[in-house]
Design a protein around this ligand. Structure first.
Ligand SMILES: NC(=O)c1ccc[n+]([C@@H]2O[C@H](COP(=O)([O-])OP(=O)(O)OC[C@H]3O[C@@H](n4cnc5c(N)ncnc54)[C@H](O)[C@@H]3O)[C@@H](O)[C@H]2O)c1
Length: 287
């Protein structure tokens, strides 16, 4: 089994969407040099802007000073060129598709060699299933941040059958350095939070589909009951495409139980390109 790297200096964050942007910000704030890679130049530009905006808020609250702000901003470089992605650790937050993640990891291993640690932010894809098709399975670990990554404390760390135990410990240390709360999980469908939370979304959509409640009612009632966000507002924040993919993967991996069947009304929204806040339209509309 290859030995884990003891020192992580350069982190490559793959994907510059909702999660990749927040993760790059966290890594840079923890003092790492970060390369953010995405196929889309537009997404990289959007990520850069959203990181600066988020850091401005920390600055305004006195949680950062000017010097720290500048240091964090200069810690991150942005690229669409995979061949410039050389580093010690990859944190992957690209599309929720197994084949895309496998292809990316194998290209990055070819570029960086067998000591590269590859951490996936997948919400639902089995770590063992990815590991079975990558060049160095012991180097793969799940590192699951929550949305918005700069604010949410929990990080699920998923140890696959092949994952090097030292890498799991390195991810715990990394999460602590990022001031997060790491929890080591088994590689079970949906890990912990996404498994337990599935009915929160699915049952709410089913009740709307059946005309029992409205979207607004569902959100208002659940929030009044103490949940921080109602299910529809939360799905818009997550991204309907991501939420639907997670539901589909968990449903399939659990043997397609009727109670966890992905929602038709969510699929219809996705087919219309209404993906939530990121497209300014989901269950609600945004400016
Ligand atoms: N959205 C959430 O609330 C949330 C929470 C936790 C984990 N996740 C997981 O994080 C990952 C990313 O989710 P997201 O919401 O940030 O998605 P997103 O749709 O906001 O962004 C995905 C980004 O990946 C880029 N991309 C797609 N294929 C690529 C490739 N082959 N190489 C490089 N870049 C590529 C896209 O251009 C896009 O910018 C998924 O695995 C998802 O399950 C999402």
């Amino acid at each position: 089994m290859p030995m884990a790297n003891n020192s992580i200096n350069q982190i490559i964050v793959c994907g510059a969407g909702t999660m990749g942007s927040g993760i790059a910000q966290l890594a840079a704030t923890a003092g790492f040099k970060v390369i953010q890679f995405d196929l889309s130049k537009e997404m990289l530009e959007k990520s850069g802007k959203s990181i600066e905006l988020s850091l401005q808020k920390f600055l305004a609250k006195g949680k950062l000073n000017e010097e720290e702000f500048n240091k964090i901003v200069t810690n991150i470089t942005y690229t669409t060129q995979l061949d410039t992605c050389k580093g010690d650790l990859v944190i992957e937050a690209i599309v929720e598709k197994k084949e895309a993640k496998i292809g990316l990891f194998n290209q990055l291993f070819a570029l960086n060699g067998p000591d590269l640690i590859v951490a996936t932010n997948t919400s639902s894809i089995s770590i063992d299933a990815i590991a079975s098709s990558i060049s160095f399975p012991a180097q793969l670990v799940g590192l699951h941040f929550f949305n918005p990554a700069p604010l949410m404390k929990l990080v699920e760390i998923i140890k696959g059958k092949a994952t090097n135990t030292m890498i799991v410990q390195q991810m715990v240390d990394l999460a602590l350095l990022m001031q997060k709360t790491p929890v080591i999980c088994k590689d079970a469908p949906g890990f912990i939070v996404n498994r337990v939370a599935r009915p929160y979304y699915l049952e709410a959509m089913y009740m709307v589909q059946k005309g029992i409640i409205t979207i607004e009612q569902a959100d208002a009632v659940l929030e009044a009951a103490g949940f921080k966000m109602g299910p529809f507002k939360l799905m818009d924040l997550i991204g309907l495409d991501i939420n639907y993919s997670v539901s589909s993967i968990v449903w399939e991996d659990l043997g397609k139980p009727e109670r966890l069947k992905p929602s038709e009304i969510q699929k219809a929204q996705i087919d219309q390109g209404a993906l939530g806040i990121k497209t300014k339209k989901g269950f609600y509309e945004y400016n």
